[in-house]
Design a protein around this ligand. Sequence first.
Ligand code: CO
Length: 135
Amino acid sequence: MNISHIEHIGIAVKDLHAAIPYYETVLGLKCYNIEEVANQKVRTAFFMVGQTKIELLEPTSEDSPVSKFLETKGEGVHHIAFAVDNLQASLDEVESKGVRLIDKSPRGGAEGLNIAFLHPKSTGSVLTELCEKGQ
Ligand code: CO
């Protein structure tokens, strides 16, 4: 597997519009995109920091994985996403090394990326996403 950089850090929030002012007013970042990702039941807001993004995640339904996270852990860092150059091959490789996968094959994420999650039981409790640019 070849990781080029941290693509984004995902942060769970209850309310995007309540969370965004800290990033804009205090940190001086600019929210450049708000996008709903139906298959993950989240609405996302993005900020660029160098070549890495901050991805705020607000659940859009009570059965969203982010709703469950907020209930048990509260707001805060939710996942880390690494950019790889061949997502399916990377998934096959980590699975061959004994890592449990949440997604056995890539699916569509925000910002036109193909993404897949590794199970936190296999990653030291850090929910880990691998992603590659969509074709
Ligand atoms: Co993500």
